[in-house]
Design a protein. Structure first.
Length: 375
């Protein structure tokens, strides 16, 4: 008889198969629920994060808008570099803003000096130690207050042809020093100042007298017309030697070479050299006429063999803002000289001058100023 396993009942019976299927369905259902919950939670987190990304990241830094370029993540972060003397940018690449670039001087410098500006009257071109008075450049007469009499102020080392002679007040001390030094060197005191300042009336008289005696043609070569004479500057003197009741030219007698060779050290030059007649227009051979131009100009003129006409034209080549004329004097003092034009509208002109250091300004009587800087 065959066994019917369906009728066979084990000692420990197994749970019915229906019970096992029920448990499996429960587990599967739980897994599905958990997956659904996980999906829901993930969806919620995604929405939260998406909403947050529209306002900023958790660090509080704003998110760059789409139109802003995002830095390359591979670029190393910038760090403060040590300061150097080299510019970070080529100055030619810096756009003009109207403001001076830092560390760049706002004013031009020459020879280590910083320059500013002063305002002067254009009429001052007719004043100063370097004014040129000639037939082409008539004088503007100096103020009488700038004149002083020789008589009562001169040294005993020289003589006067007249007690009424006048000179610029700044020159009396210089002339006294020069003549005292000459007297001590040569043991002489017979040099006489033959002529000095002349006003228009006096020059007219001298010119007319010469015309009456020698004729107008001869007068034009030896005597300046009124308004064209260097005597009007009050910066010149004519020297002769007075001995035994007569007067002589310095070159006619021995013992006066020192005065002619050294007057430049005191700021004087020969105004009408015999080899410059074609430039000065005058053959002034009756006396040794010297003109004060100041130091260092007299030394420059002597070394370059310039008359005053040549010198003022020479200095025009050294305009401010270009190369200046630099000169080392015999005493070791260094000078810087430049020219400033007075052209333009208005009654005043701005003249660049060093902000530190000594300087002088002289007109040239030709339309400009000569600035002399002692360095």
């Amino acid at each position: 008889m065959s066994k019917n396993y369906e009728d066979y009942t084990p000692i420990n019976p197994m749970p019915p198969r229906r019970r096992k299927n029920s448990m499996l369905s429960f587990v599967q259902y739980s897994i599905v629920v958990l997956l659904v919950l996980a999906l829901i939670v993930s969806g919620v987190l995604f929405m939260v994060l998406h909403k947050t990304s529209n306002h900023g990241d958790p660090s509080g830094n704003p998110i760059l808008p789409p139109t802003t370029a995002v830095p390359d993540e591979t670029e190393p972060p910038k760090v403060d570099e040590p300061e150097t003397d080299e510019p970070e940018t080529d100055p030619s690449d810096i756009p003009e803003t109207g403001e001076p670039i830092e560390d760049e001087p706002s004013e031009p410098t020459f020879g280590g000096e910083e320059y500013g500006e002063i305002t002067v009257q254009k009429s001052d071109v007719h004043k100063g130690d370097l004014i040129l008075v000639s037939s082409n450049n008539p004088v503007v007469y100096p103020d009488q207050k700038d004149l002083v009499a020789f008589y009562g102020n001169k040294a005993d080392s020289y003589q006067l042809s007249s007690a009424n002679m006048l000179i610029h007040k700044d020159l009396i001390g210089i002339i006294n020093a020069m003549m005292n030094d000459f007297s001590a060197e040569a043991d002489k005191n017979d040099v006489i100042i033959w002529t000095s300042y002349r006003d228009e009336a006096r020059q007219t008289q001298v010119y007319n007298d010469y015309v009456a005696q020698y004729g107008e043609e001869a007068a034009g070569k030896a005597v300046s017309k009124p308004g064209e004479s260097d005597h009007h500057t009050a910066l010149g003197i004519a020297l002769r030697v007075y001995a035994d009741g007569a007067s002589y030219k310095l070159s006619e007698v021995e013992g006066y070479d020192w005065l002619m060779d050294n007057c430049y050290k005191y700021g004087f030059v020969e105004r009408y050299p015999s080899d410059k007649i074609d430039l000065t227009g005058l053959d002034y051979s009756t006396s040794y006429y010297i003109r004060y131009v100041g130091v260092p100009h007299a030394e420059v003129m002597k070394k370059k063999n310039f008359c005053l006409e040549e010198y003022v034209i020479f200095l025009k080549n050294y305009q401010y803002g270009t190369a200046h004329f630099e000169f080392a004097a015999e005493d070791g003092t260094a000078y810087e000289i430049y020219y400033v034009s007075a052209a333009g509208e208005g009654d005043t002109v701005t003249v660049p001058v060093p902000q530190n250091g000594a300087y002088t300004i002289s007109g040239d009587n030709m339309g400009g100023f000569i600035v002399t800087v002692q360095k």
